[in-house]
Design a protein around this ligand. Structure first.
Ligand SMILES: [Fe+2]
Length: 199
C-alpha cells in the first residue's frame, strides 16, 4: 500500500493565515478519530508543537495555534481510512481553506511514506515529535510511576532496544533530529515534562 502523495504543493497561498477555529478543529478530531490511544497521541503531539512554537520559536498565540493544529490533526484520517492516510485529511483541510503552511507540515510528517520533504521549522518539528513522542509514551506505560522520575537516560536505553515499541522507527527519529538540527537528548528532555501533563 503506497501512501505517496505524488504532489509537493498543498492548499492555496490566498489562504495564508487561515486556520480552523479551535472548536472546528476539535469537532473534526472527535468526528474522525475514535481510538482513544490515537486521540491521546495526537493531543500529545499538538501540545508539544504548541510548547515548541511559544518557547523555542517565540511565536505569538495565533501562530502557535497553527503549530498546535498541525499536531492535533496530523493523523486524523489514520483511524478510519488508513489506506488514505494523509491524503484524506489534506483534502479536507484544503476544502476548508486552511493555510498551506499547516497543510505542508501535515504532508511532510513522514517523508518516507508520503514523499514530501519537511522544509519549514513547523514541518521539521512535527516530524521530529511524532515518533519520539510515541516511544516516550510507550515507555511511560511500562513504568510503575508513568512519567514520574523518567529521565533522558532511560528513554535512550529504550531507543537502543529495538524490540521495545518495535513499530517506532528509530531511523525516522534520527533522521528527524538531524533535519531539525537537534540532538535527540535535548528533544527527549523537552518532551518528558510537557507530555507528562497531557491527558
Ligand atoms: Fe503521529
Amino acid at each position: 500500500m503506497s501512501l505517496l502523495l505524488n504532489r509537493k504543493t498543498f492548499g492555496n497561498i490566498a489562504n495564508k493565515g487561515n486556520a480552523l477555529s479551535r472548536e472546528d478543529a476539535y469537532a473534526l478530531f472527535h468526528e474522525w478519530v475514535i481510538n482513544p490511544k490515537l486521540q491521546l497521541h495526537m493531543k500529545q503531539v499538538a501540545y508539544l508543537m504548541k510548547c515548541w512554537a511559544i518557547e523555542k520559536e517565540g511565536l505569538d498565540v495565533t501562530a502557535a495555534w497553527h503549530w498546535e493544529m498541525a499536531g492535533l490533526l496530523h493523523d486524523a484520517d489514520w483511524d478510519q481510512w488508513p489506506e488514505l492516510h494523509c491524503k484524506k485529511i489534506l483534502e479536507e483541510l484544503e476544502q476548508r481553506n486552511v493555510d498551506p503552511e499547516i497543510l505542508h507540515a501535515i504532508a511532510s510528517h513522514g517523508p518516507v511514506h508520503f514523499g514530501v520533504e519537511p522544509e519549514t521549522p513547523m514541518d521539521k518539528m512535527l516530524y521530529a515529535f511524532d515518533e519520539l513522542s510515541g516511544l516516550i509514551h510507550a515507555y511511560s506505560l511500562m513504568r510503575p510511576g508513568g512519567y514520574e522520575g523518567m529521565d533522558v537516560k532511560g528513554v535512550k536505553k529504550r531507543l537502543k532496544e529495538k524490540s521495545f515499541a518495535a513499530s517506532v522507527s528509530r531511523d525516522d527519529i534520527m533522521d528527524a533530529c538531524k533535519r531539525a538540527g537537534i540532538v535527540p537528548d535535548d528533544l527527549i528532555a523537552f518532551i518528558i515534562p510537557r507530555q507528562a501533563t497531557v491527558s
